[in-house]
Design a protein around this ligand. Structure first.
Ligand code: ZN
Length: 306
């Protein structure tokens, strides 16, 4: 099974501004990682990141498709301080299944700055949704990607939509590029706002002329469609230049409904991305300050209410 990078050894800023180790064993030593050249604006939001475990407190799902190394809330907070990120949306990852406790625990540690997206199933009652909402959850994620098991049971998908659509929540759709054309009609008919993850995972080497990207742009024009210009490290390799025209076209097309995130700690990634590189991509695909403000601050604030 692929293993996410260890985030252990995350550092925490001490009051004097130096960084101290918070005691996790060692792979991501932030004191040795560069800071981004691009200064994120105040209120910048990482609208796609994860917490993993720690497994001793929040065990991984028995039927998970991969087992990550622990990346607890402290590691995420340390990374965000390092990069200059002030707010975040914690997206439930499939390795925790429908047990959303690690995500909720992270939000509860700083409820003004965190929101969440849950994974649910048919067993969730209206009361469960009330609890998730009170805990900061504003959406439900469905994976369609093959490496995580493929499309969900569409009857469950429909019933979950019925339960959440009047709550002001949205769907997060994690698709393979090859799904975009065949699923476009279904996606168009969704009765609630939805967010497409990782630029639809369109392979950046195939450029903006590929049919999947054309279908994605057509979806992005819908009033209900939001798009995340994260995942440059999933659709291209460092220094991610091939992802820039894809992201730039989406930022241009989707202006008020585009979001950005780090996808830390990069589950199932082909390589070990440096988040500073991902931050420094932002001014390449959103060159002016107004677009940066929309992508990083205003749009996530509108969708997540924080
Ligand atoms: Zn992710």
């Amino acid at each position: 099974m692929p293993v996410a990078r260890s985030v252990a050894g995350a550092a925490q800023s001490a009051p004097d501004g130096t960084e101290r180790d918070i005691g996790m064993s060692a792979a991501l030593d932030l004191s040795k990682r560069r800071r981004p050249a691009f200064r994120l604006p105040p209120g910048a939001c990482d609208a796609h990141c994860h917490v993993f475990g720690p497994a001793a407190t929040f065990p991984y799902a028995p039927n998970r498709r991969y087992t990550p190394e622990d990346a607890p809330k402290e590691a995420l907070a340390a990374l965000h301080r390092h990069l200059g990120i002030e707010r975040a949306v914690i997206v439930q990852a499939s390795c925790h299944g429908t047990d959303n406790r690690a995500m909720l625990d992270c939000i509860a540690s700083d409820p003004q700055r965190y929101r969440g997206v849950a994974i649910v199933d048919d067993s969730f009652t209206d009361k469960d949704y009330d609890t998730l909402h009170a805990g900061g959850v504003r959406g439900v994620r469905f994976n369609f990607v093959r490496h995580l098991g493929g499309a969900p049971d569409m009857a469950v998908f429909r019933r979950v939509i019925d339960r959440i659509k009047d709550r002001g929540w949205h769907l997060v759709l994690h698709l393979d590029a090859s799904d975009i054309v065949p699923l476009s009609e279904m996606i168009r008919s969704l009765p609630l706002p939805f967010v497409i993850d990782h630029m639809g995972r369109v392979p950046a080497t195939e450029g903006i002329a590929q049919p999947a990207f054309g279908a994605l742009l057509a979806l992005v024009r819908l009033e209900r469609c939001w798009i995340k210009v994260c995942g440059s490290e999933r659709i291209s390799m460092p220094p991610y230049r091939e992802a820039v025209p894809i992201a730039a076209a989406l930022v241009e097309e989707s202006r008020d409904r585009v979001l950005w995130g780090t996808d830390f700690p990069h589950p199932n990634s082909t390589h070990d991305p440096d988040e500073a590189d991902l931050v420094d991509l932002v001014p390449q695909f959103a060159p002016d300050a107004a677009a940066q403000q929309r992508v990083l601050v205003d749009n996530p604030a509108r969708l997540y209410g924080c």
